[in-house]
Design a protein around this ligand. Structure first.
Ligand SMILES: *[C@@H]1O[C@H](CO)[C@@H](O)[C@H](O)[C@H]1NC(C)=O
Ligand SMILES: *[C@@H]1O[C@H](CO)[C@@H](O)[C@H](O)[C@H]1NC(C)=O
Ligand SMILES: *[C@@H]1O[C@H](CO)[C@@H](O)[C@H](O)[C@H]1NC(C)=O
Ligand SMILES: *[C@@H]1O[C@H](CO)[C@@H](O)[C@H](O)[C@H]1NC(C)=O
Ligand SMILES: *[C@@H]1O[C@H](CO)[C@@H](O)[C@H](O)[C@H]1NC(C)=O
Ligand SMILES: *[C@@H]1O[C@H](CO)[C@@H](O)[C@H](O)[C@H]1NC(C)=O
Ligand SMILES: *[C@@H]1O[C@H](CO)[C@@H](O)[C@H](O)[C@H]1NC(C)=O
Ligand SMILES: *[C@@H]1O[C@H](CO)[C@@H](O)[C@H](O)[C@H]1NC(C)=O
Ligand SMILES: *[C@@H]1O[C@H](CO)[C@@H](O)[C@H](O)[C@H]1NC(C)=O
Ligand SMILES: *[C@@H]1O[C@H](CO)[C@@H](O)[C@H](O)[C@H]1NC(C)=O
Ligand SMILES: *[C@@H]1O[C@H](CO)[C@@H](O)[C@H](O)[C@H]1NC(C)=O
Length: 439
């Protein structure tokens, strides 16, 4: 944290207009952080399909995507238009957060895998086929970058595995810094709220939003390859209580991944079983972790990590009316006499198949800063979602002396960097569909 410099969001975005992406790296820290809202985004041409995610435009003209940040990706991944039989199928296009049609983008440029300038390839699915390409990528109202690496996934039944890469070697973060739209690869993230009174989240590239942080940051080391779980943001849960009753039982700790790509909590099947018992979940009347809306279980969920860091998940965020995808692929209430807990019902799953996960719901109550360069991530309690805050963007950047590519004499559209999109077949360990949910 060599430079800590607050600036207003609007100034930040406006200032981007005056900054050339060919600035030497030494001046990189002068670039304001880039704020990207995590918000409802229209992803279908008829304007009806809306997905909640970080908005990104790919191609010329822009094709709009709403992507969730995903630590298991190093490269931006979007779904192929072919996954949905037709772009007018709002359920499909909305559900996938947008689909890409390369034929509609003259600036689309396919690479062969070996020559593509994204990160070393993420794991691939045996049933998918992948195209690696470069195209223009635009961020919300502000910056765009030419030469941006993107992977397009084509899946027989629709991939729904699109995501914004926040892995430890993210070509997205690298391209944002290289393209001069962010001062550093540090990411600040607040997930917003998916309660019945939803609030937009905010992702900050090159810093964080100090207005959403309530208290001091606690540091955690980034997990390496020898860690228990295959994720960079790993914590040990040593205390887990619902309404004061322990859910952990005899097991002393549970190692979990912090993963914004997933919305709910995923615990072990034994913990889910205990939670269902304590809350008197009636499995013969209600499927999943669902309850009669007139009898919502009372109490908060309290999570304590091994260093003592403690979060309370409030009852009104933990239990919400039953929601699912409507005909436009939107996330909407589907049954107002049923509430669901934000805890995955994996009671019947084998423990080995489950990765305990603190998802977006955890990040409603916690502000996350990823600083891979310093091999750490930080958590602080977030300002409650029902409190309106402006944003106060704070740069996190370590100046380096190394000059970047030679300055270009054409100060064309200042922050235009392009994306590389690459396609080829591969196999991967897909996210457990049970742990993800409609976005
Ligand atoms: C639209 O897509 C959904 C989900 O992919 C699929 O189930 C449905 O059959 C499609 N509808 C039409 C009319 O193609
Ligand atoms: C990150 O990816 C780039 C591009 O594939 C590669 O050159 C580099 O070695 C990777 N870095 C690490 C730390 O693996
Ligand atoms: C991302 O890159 C890092 C460093 O090269 C690597 O350790 C990690 O496994 C990669 N993640 C994925 C999902 O491929
Ligand atoms: C990646 O390749 C594209 C297309 O060749 C190019 O425009 C872009 O500048 C390259 N990006 C980086 C970071 O090298
Ligand atoms: C934050 O840290 C400072 C300095 O260590 C300390 O004085 C302050 O009490 C801490 N604030 C909270 C809310 O823990
Ligand atoms: C979690 O606990 C295990 C066992 O004590 C330890 O090996 C591991 O390093 C811990 N992980 C984290 C992220 O603290
Ligand atoms: C579930 O509800 C049914 C019908 O009201 C009742 O007979 C049954 O005992 C309940 N089961 C549990 C475990 O509460
Ligand atoms: C839900 O609870 C209310 C109040 O206890 C009761 O009247 C209603 O019948 C219950 N609904 C179902 C489907 O059991
Ligand atoms: C969480 O709730 C417990 C019990 O209500 C309370 O003692 C504690 O201070 C709360 N912690 C935070 C961080 O709000
Ligand atoms: C986002 O859209 C959903 C419907 O898909 C709606 O219920 C929700 O209120 C919207 N969120 C915001 C912050 O407007
Ligand atoms: C809502 O769920 C209850 C309990 O499962 C069920 O009886 C009712 O038919 C559902 N209502 C709708 C509109 O699906």
């Amino acid at each position: 944290m060599a430079t800590v410099r607050p600036s207003a969001l609007r100034c930040g975005l406006a200032a981007l207009l005056c900054v050339s992406w060919t600035l030497p790296v030494a001046a990189q820290c002068e670039i304001p952080p880039l704020a990207l809202a995590w918000t409802n985004t229209t992803v279908t041409s008829d304007g009806l399909g809306v997905t909640r995610g970080i908005e990104m435009g790919i191609g010329t003209p822009n094709q709009i995507f709403a992507l969730r940040p995903y630590t298991a990706l190093n490269n931006t991944r979007v779904n192929n238009v072919a996954d949905c039989d037709s772009t007018s199928n709002d359920t499909c296009v909305g559900g996938e957060g947008g689909v890409f049609n390369s034929q509609n983008s003259p600036s689309y440029s396919v690479s062969i895998k070996g020559n593509w300038n994204g990160s070393q390839v993420d794991t691939e699915d045996s049933t998918g086929s992948y195209v690696y390409f470069n195209d223009r990528v635009s961020f919300q109202s502000a910056a765009s970058v030419y030469g941006f690496p993107v992977v397009m996934d084509s899946e027989p039944q629709g991939g729904s595995f699109s995501g914004l890469p926040i892995g430890t070697n993210s070509s997205f973060l690298r391209a944002a810094v290289h393209g001069g739209v962010a001062p550093s690869q540090v990411v600040g993230l607040w997930a917003g709220s998916r309660s019945l009174t939803p609030v937009d989240g905010l992702m900050v590239l090159g810093g964080y939003d100090a207005a959403r942080v309530n208290g001091n940051f606690t540091s955690f080391p980034v997990a390496d390859a020898s860690a228990a779980l295959p994720c960079p943001l790993q914590v040990n849960i040593t205390g887990l209580f619902f309404a004061g009753q322990s859910l952990l039982g005899d097991s002393q700790a549970m190692t979990a991944c912090i993963e914004p790509y997933v919305q709910r909590f995923v615990f072990t099947p034994a913990v889910a079983q205990t939670f269902a018992q304590i809350t008197a979940q009636n499995a013969s009347l209600y499927k999943g972790m669902d309850y009669n809306a007139s009898n919502t279980p009372p109490g908060d969920l309290t999570i304590t990590l091994s260093n003592g860091y403690t979060t309370n998940i409030t009852n009104d965020e933990l239990f919400t009316l039953r929601r699912g995808s409507d005909q436009y692929g939107r996330y909407a209430i589907t049954n107002n006499s049923v509430v669901e807990a934000g805890i995955s019902d994996n009671r019947a799953k084998s423990p080995a198949s489950q990765t305990p996960t603190l998802g977006g719901l955890f990040l409603t109550f916690n502000y996350l800063v990823m600083d891979y360069e310093n091999n750490e991530f930080r958590l602080a309690l977030a300002v409650a979602s029902d409190v309106q805050t402006g944003s106060s963007l704070t740069t996190v950047c370590t100046p380096t002396a190394t000059p970047s590519a030679s300055p270009s004499p054409t100060p064309a559209p200042p922050w235009v960097f392009s994306a590389a999109l690459l396609a080829y077949p591969y196999a991967d360990s897909r996210a457990d569909p049970q742990t993800t949910q409609p976005r």
